[in-house]
Design a protein around this ligand. Structure first.
Ligand code: ACM
Length: 368
């Protein structure tokens, strides 16, 4: 591949800051995808090369670095963002230059940009299933707690509305914590939870503070068998930052868990471990960051041109055998058909899958 011009792609995943554990896993997913594509001959003999920066979990840095990738480095396509605040900061830049962003994270929905491909779950692919599962098994009195930014506000609003459709429902509280909240900050919240006695807690806490929430819950002596924490953002990555057993018995709704026993997943996990010497914590956002690189590469092979106008027709409607199952980019709304699953954390910090879709579910970002 040495004699042909490489294809440079932009990568913006946080390697430092409050969401760096999940950001690093997304980076590994993207790099694993790039390695596989290059090992298979690249794009018609042209090597994919990552131009990568660390936005430090800070939305304004994401916007600056997206501009740098486009203007100075000349990339046409950027893979990146975890927090919705970072995606919201990058989209105006992407739209201004008419470039393409692949966003590999579950989010609150209610968004469409013709310059974005969304490969994480929309609310109809995680929140709807979680609300149904939790209210059927535990009850409909919910305590909402999240980090203080847009995704938790919106995701809690959706969960509140879903739960309110159930008999005996009650939204007992809606609390927001700083992104760097520690155990101490949660002590007062746990006292409030003890008073209000919800049936379950819905957490939209993200990043490092997730461990503090689960630790404060355990310190308060609560029992996940009767009042678990349910989440869309507590993945294997956040659990890896907790003491052993801290998340056991709590629930997460996601299209992907490391514990999926399919051939495709087991083979992909093996390649990941070989590539990163076992230093990786695969999770739902890792998986999306991985498979979207292949979606891009397959589209580029067909279009032969990196411009958004040439690429998009080949991305829309395209399919890929991802570790979670065969996924498809919805041609109408730029989101992805995915497989909703619900997992309960076991003693090793892995998920026992207690529910899973047998077919992929179409994305419905506006919850029509
Ligand atoms: C998120 O902010 N979309 C997790």
């Amino acid at each position: 591949m040495a004699d042909k011009d490489p294809i440079r792609v932009g990568i913006l995943y946080s390697e430092t800051g409050v969401t760096s554990t999940i950001g690093l896993s997304q980076l590994q997913g993207a790099l694993l995808g790039i390695d596989e594509i290059n090992e298979a001959g690249g794009i018609d003999g042209r090597e994919l090369v990552a131009v990568r920066y660390d936005p430090q979990s800070t939305p304004s840095r994401y916007a600056e670095l997206a501009e740098r990738l486009i203007v100075q480095d000349g990339v046409n396509v950027i893979f990146g963002c975890y927090m919705s605040s970072s995606r919201k900061a990058v989209i105006p830049v992407i739209e201004k230059w008419n470039k393409l962003l692949f966003y590999p994270t579950l989010y609150e929905g209610f968004e469409y940009s013709s310059n974005v491909i969304y490969t994480g779950a929309a609310p109809n692919q995680n929140s709807v299933q979680l609300a149904e599962f939790m209210t059927s098994n535990f009850g409909a009195r919910v305590y909402l707690i999240g980090s203080d930014y847009i995704y938790p506000y919106e995701s809690n609003r959706i969960m509140g509305e879903l739960v309110q459709q159930r008999q005996g429902s009650e939204k007992l509280a809606e609390r927001y914590m700083a992104l760097n909240a520690t155990d101490k900050d949660y002590v007062e919240v746990m006292a409030d939870i003890r008073n209000k006695q919800p049936d379950f807690i819905f957490s939209t806490v993200v990043g490092e503070s997730t461990a503090a929430l689960y630790r404060a819950y355990a310190d308060a002596g609560f029992d996940p068998k009767s009042m678990p924490i349910a989440s869309l953002t507590t993945s294997e990555a956040e659990i890896s930052q907790m003491e052993r057993g801290m998340a056991t018995g709590h629930y997460t709704s996601a299209p992907y868990f490391q514990s999926i026993q399919s051939e495709a997943n087991l083979r992909c996990l093996l390649r990941l471990r070989q590539r990163f010497d076992g230093c990786s914590v695969p999770n739902l956002c890792w998986e999306s960051a991985y498979f979207q690189m292949h979606i891009f590469a397959n589209a580029l092979r067909q279009s032969g041109d990196e411009s958004i106008a040439q690429l998009i027709p080949h991305i829309l409607g395209s399919e890929f055998d991802a570790p979670q199952g065969r996924i498809k980019i919805d041609p109408g709304n730029h989101h992805t058909c995915l497989y909703p699953r619900i997992g309960r954390v076991d003693a090793e910090g892995q998920f026992t899958i207690v529910r899973q879709a047998t077919r992929s579910v179409y994305p419905d970002p506006y919850l029509v």
